[in-house]
Design a protein around this ligand. Sequence first.
Ligand code: PLP
Length: 391
Amino acid sequence: YQSSPIAGRHFLQIPGPTNVPDRVLRAMDNPTMDHRGPDFGRFGAQLLEKLRTVFKTEGPVVIYPASGTGAWEAALVNTLSPGDRVLMCETGWFATLWQEMAERLQLRPEFIPTDWRRGADAPAIEAALREDRSHGIKAVCVVHNETSTGCTSRIEEVRRAIDAAGHPALLLVDTISSLGSIDYRHDEWGVDVTVAGSQKGLMLPPGLSFNAVSEKALKATETAKLPRSFWDWHPMLKANETGYFPYTPATNLLYGLDAAVDMLNEEGLDNVFARHDRFAEATRRAVRHWGLEIQCEEPRHYSSSLTAVRLPEGHSANALRAVILERFNMSLGNGLGRLNDRVFRIGHLGDFGPLSLIGTLGGVEMGLGAAGVPHKPGGVQAAMAYLNGNA
Ligand code: PLP
């Protein structure tokens, strides 16, 4: 399906969907089985069990045959009622889409702004919750890794902010572009609903999404009045008890998920995170060497799954991406919303190794030259020196 006349494999370096490893492709390339037969029950039960390791939870993880947007909706409709106030953080484009969804669902979101150059503001969350003495705010919603900006919010600080305010709001976290790439701990950080998707750190094609659900979130379903049917956790959890699903699951994607979870656990989650941290740092060194600006201004919020790079005034990020696609057969992420044409995004997550990184940065550096973007050559060299430990 790739139309490029350039030989060699396409470089899919957008921040998701990511490259699907051969082992996952092979796992999906198996006959679809009877999703109500005995083999499926055994397969489903062990998969649902081991999937918990990736979320670092002892509780249930619900799997939907849907993109991440569906899992956003599931998190809201299972726990909230029309008119409920929800505190959200405007970290970027995806936080804005989630906020718009909350409005359409007749929730009343309150949006704490940022300049799209840092993660969520934990002190501002604490202040808003302290002010809410009647506990009208029912949930705090944070995007862990804002894929539009390359800023990662500190969820443990958000948790501490909620606790410091002594507020009972639920904590809902979008980990669509962080799960399996950046350290994340559903239970330890007291998250009530974790929202995730298949197509990024989990190295699968698009098509699955997830909710990890706390006891407190389950309790909230008893009073939550937003209409829910397809997204309702209860029939799902009931069927999941024996490894089945209440409707036809995306069987072959689940085969892929089974292989992907094994791959992550075989490498070891801590090693997976360290690998992403290292490639992110190497990328930032290349960007700085080129003399370009990183969209994230707060080093504590640097994302390990992608880097958004700003272009100098008067230069088009979309034109640069078009040159790189046409000449070098590499896709990079575009700027979203107010960042359209201002930034391009380098995805360095998922099934990504040292030479994927050097190839990616090489394509960007050649593209900067070809598109006439002012820069200092040698960014790839700076990344290689860092990877070799002699930066
Ligand atoms: N949230 C974040 C942080 C994302 O990166 C994305 C997609 O890239 C979404 C939500 C929406 O997910 P989907 O496009 O799978 O519906």
